[in-house]
Design a protein around this ligand. Sequence first.
Ligand code: SF4
Length: 351
Amino acid sequence: MENAETLSRPLIIPLFIPHMGCPHRCIFCNQKAISGQPSGILSTERIHREVNRYLGFGRRPSSTTQISFFGGNFLGLPISTILFLLKSVRPFVIKGDVDSIRFSTRPDTIDHQKLDLLSAYPVSTVELGVQSMNDGVLKAARRGHLAKDTIRATKLLKSRGYEVGLQMMVGLPSDDDEGAMETASRIELLKPDFVRIYPTVVLKGSKLADQFNAGRYNPMPMATCITLVKRLFLYFKTHHIPVIRMGLQVSEELIPSGELIAGPYHPAFGHLVHSEIVFDAMKTVFKKMDHQPRLLTITSHPNLVSRVQGQKKQNIDKLKRTFGLHTVNLVQDADLPIFGLKVNDRWVILP
Ligand code: SF4
C-alpha cells in the first residue's frame, strides 16, 4: 500500500552477501547456505551491474536511495573484504546517484575500531540482528552474543550519529509472548530509528530442523504469531518507533522456498497483521453500537480495502460469524483518510 509513510522510506538497492562473515551458525540458520565462501561472490563488475540495474528503474523523487549489504554479518567479514565492498559502491554516492550505504551486522561486531574504519565511507544506517534481549533465549538460539552486546552496540552507533535499525525474532526456543514483549520494551529503551520483526521458521539443514524433527521444537501457529506481532507492532507504534518489516522475505536468494520446513511463513505476513488491526478496530466500534444492526456498511479509502477485507475476506466472514450479521457491504471512498474508516455512521480511527 503506497502512502505517505512508504514514500518517505528509502529506496534500497540490495546487494546480497549470503551469510558471509558469520563466526558460527545460529540455530535457526540454514547450514547449507552459510557454507558459502566470501571469495568471488560479489565482484566489482557485478556490484556495478546490479546497482546500475536498480538505478535504471529511476529514483523516487521524495525518498533517499541507499545501497544495502544484507543477508550476512557485514562487520564480521575480513577487513580487506569490508573495504573492498565499501570502495566498490562509494563512487555511486560521490556521483550523487545514491545517497548513502547501509548494512546489517551482529551486535558483537560493533566496536570503535570498526567504526573508525567506516568513517571514511558514506555509511549512514546500520541494522543489528538483536533477535532477543533475553540471554537465555540468545543462548538457546546459539547466537554467541548477549543482550548487553546489543545495548553497547546501539549506544556506540548512536553516539557516532548512525541511523540504527534493530531486528527481533519471535518464536525462538525458550521464548514466549511475554518474553517477546519484554524484548520489545528493552529495544524501545534503546530508541532505535526503526525495527523489523521476524517470525522464527524451520529451515532445512538448520539445528532447529533437527529439534523440530525430534519433536523438541514446535513452531508458533500462524494465528498466534500474527496476534503477537500485532501486539509488538502496536507497542512500537505507541512509542513512535517505525516497524519497517513484519515477516520473512523468502526469495531464491535469501531463503529458497524449498528450504522452508515449518513455521509461520506467509508471503504477505505484514498484511495479515494489519488486517487483524483493522478487524479489532471494526469489532470495537461495532460492540459499542447501541442497536447492533444486522447489516453493516464499511466505507474506506480504496487503499485500505484489502486490509478491511482481510486475507481471503476473512475479516468479513469473522464479522458475520461473531455478530450474526447477514450482510456486510464494502464501499470505497477516495476522499476518506487512509488512517480511518466508517462502520455505518461511526468513525474508526486506526491505531
Ligand atoms: S543468523 Fe545471521 S549471524 Fe547467525 S549464522 Fe545466520 S547470517 Fe550468520
